[in-house]
Design a binder for this molecule. Structure first.
Ligand code: C5P
Length: 319
């Protein structure tokens, strides 16, 4: 049927990528910047969606850096890190929306549906003003990467876009690194601007994601893929999905798996075209999408029309 042809195929392989993106993937494999040495198994027979969900719940430890952790247990860091942990801060939500920043959100009219959720997660510099009709206006959590926090041109310290909701920043760590080693040499030196932002906005909750989580998630992605995936951390999108699965009863993800509006326009808020944004280059995004398709509990038709995937929160799973 039209649907099965046009909805994301969960057995998608990198062989189906355009040659440029195949080459980029192979270059990242050769570079192995984070010294990944994967020793785990490979599931040639697919795990059931239920088993895979339980693996995610039991092996991905979603935690934020706390003032009692490793090198952060100094009196200086106590002034900057939030006192309450994330679930103390937000409690727990019933229905949550995760809004990818894909170009296919444009002309989607999904705004009201997205805003009807108890909590909405957005990524990096994704705006709502001017785009309410397509992406809504509620922002409960914003997950940002350390590059955005660090690089001057991104205006993280001054753009009011960042002043709403709870902020979480993540930074790529080496595969085997302990927190101490990562602390001495983060991928981007974002701690300076983290402190500066906390000083300017002391009342806004702003967390640092514990970097262990990205590789626990990556291991599960690799384990359930038939080929070698990019040895780089999962995308913000995939990290955000798992974060919300820890906080919510149900998570609806919009335009992570592309709808009928699929486009090479990278973001709904920019004019830049690059297929890598949807198919992956640095991030193992293709394999993230395969996994999310496999565990989707919603109908394929809703992927086609709304780019919508429905995932259960971890608290509602029986493993
Ligand atoms: O580009 P950025 O990382 O800010 O976008 C947020 C997330 O949305 C990405 O990490 C990716 O998971 C998802 N995305 C996507 N397709 C696009 C753009 C973004 O799946 N075209």
């Amino acid at each position: 049927s039209l649907l099965s042809v046009n909805v994301w195929n969960e057995d998608n392989s990198s062989k189906n990528l355009i040659p440029r993106l195949q080459k980029v993937k192979n270059n990242y494999l050769a570079m192995n910047k984070y010294n990944v040495t994967y020793k785990g198994q490979r599931n040639t027979a697919k795990l059931s969606p239920e088993k895979l969900l339980c693996q995610l719940r039991d092996r991905v430890n979603v935690t934020m850096i706390h003032g009692s952790d490793g090198p952060f247990n100094t009196s200086e860091w106590q002034m900057y890190l939030p006192r309450k942990n994330l679930s103390q801060e937000v409690g727990h939500f019933r229905q949550c929306a995760v809004v990818s920043s894909a170009g296919s959100l444009k002309f989607s009219h999904l705004g009201p549906e997205i805003d009807s959720h108890d909590a909405v997660l957005r990524f990096n510099g994704a705006p709502t003003i001017g785009f309410q009709n397509d992406v809504g206006e509620k922002t409960t959590v914003r997950l940002v990467n350390s590059q955005l926090v660090t690089v001057e041109e991104q205006k993280f310290l001054t753009d009011t876009l960042y002043n709403t909701g709870i902020l979480i920043v993540w930074d790529p760590a080496p595969y085997h690194a302990e927190i101490h080693e990562w602390y001495r040499k983060p991928d981007y030196s974002f701690f300076v601007n983290y402190k500066a932002y906390r000083t300017r906005h002391p009342e806004q909750p702003f967390y640092i994601l514990n970097p262990k989580m990205q590789w626990q998630l990556w291991d599960i992605l690799q384990e359930n893929s038939l080929e070698d995936i990019q040895p780089n951390p999962p995308s913000s999108g995939m990290l955000g999905i798992v974060i919300m699965m820890t906080l919510c009863d149900e998570v609806n993800v919009y335009e992570f798996l592309p709808s009928k509006r699929q486009t090479d326009i990278c973001h709904y808020y920019q004019r830049y075209h690059d297929r890598a944004c949807t198919m992956g280059a640095y991030h193992p995004l293709l394999f993230e999408k395969n996994l999310v398709k496999h565990i989707n509990q919603g109908q394929n038709e809703l992927i086609y029309t709304h780019g919508k995937v429905t995932l259960p929160g971890f608290r509602n799973m029986h493993c």
